[in-house]
Design a protein around this ligand. Sequence first.
Ligand code: G3I
Length: 360
Amino acid sequence: MKYCFYIGLLLNILLLQACKKKAVAPPVQIANLKSASSFPVGAAISSIGLQNNYVYQGTFITEYNSLTPDYEFKFDQIEQQQGHVDYTACDYIINFALQYHIRVHAHTLIWHQALPAWVLSFSGDSLAWENLFKTHIQTEAAHFKGKVSSWDVVNEAIRDNNGALRNNDIQTGDGSIWRRHLGPDYIARAFQYAHEADPGAFLFYNDYGQEWNGPKLDSMISLVNKLKQRGIPISGIGMQMHTDINVSNNNLTSALQKLAATGLKIHISELDISVNPNNKANIVFTDTLQLAQAAKYQFIAETYRAIVPAAQQYGITTWEFSDHDSWIPAFFNRKDWPLPFDADYKKKPAYYSLLKGLKN
Ligand code: G3I
């Protein structure tokens, strides 16, 4: 009898313990963009910023786990005189990334812009041009073999106005010296040469306008599908997404759907969201514009997560991360505030909405 009493008492105590409200751990505070995301979150950075600005460097290290060099890896920076290659700035970025376990997306091997003067004035037959082209690609890709995760192998090969390959009109800045001297199949050979030099790197075709230019998007998809069918070693598509607060959400969604359908990795590679696409001289960055920009950052992150299969989510990269370092105001000669951090590297509403959009 006595034992039953004690067993009953013990059971009651255990029951009481079990019913005690479990201390609810406070919700884990997601403190930064990279922790919020199931895929890499990156920014274009400059070696000058990393070396000279501690707030720039500290903000980048805290928030991001992927980087794209803004300009240092480009032809006009690494080989200003033919045959004299200087990777000093590039190697600084590689060592920085190694130190902080940051993925490097290298940018870019073949572009019709950022070419050194000696290439623009080069005169040789098609064999000489092919040798110049192949030597550049394989020398640079080999130098970074095993140190970069991926390359933008070919950048912006397709014209805006009709989806054709950029070709002869060099003067307008719209032409491609590569297409002109190497023929349209230079793109396939660029990927083959890059793959030979660094078989472990993911290789991307990178371009802009997919979310507002239907012919260009269709031309891009046709190009990459043909490369895939030929067994050309292409891994992914870079959707630069230099966009603005007025861009259609339907167009954004449809472009991501079409790009994801290729089965390739999809990298939103140069995201910034202009609030002044019409170049208004007296524009003020009002709360309304702040919130419109924030909503667009959130929509893009949420839609990317919803539409691009996880295996194809190469990541989202903004083109720099602070309004202080954006290319847009100088390039378009206008006031603009396109990035998640303000010019003092303080978080904007856009930052918090991007964080929400990235969260699983
Ligand atoms: O800092 C160097 C300086 O040391 C050197 O003496 C001088 C002359 O070579 O160049 C200076 O670098 C400049 C660099 O920006 C830093 O300011 C380059 O001249 C200049 O061409 C470079 O502009 C970059 C541009 O691409 C061309 O490479 C922009 O920062 C960069 O934002 C822009 O990024 C492009 C993407 O690659 C492709 N998608 C569009 C995007 C925006 O245009």
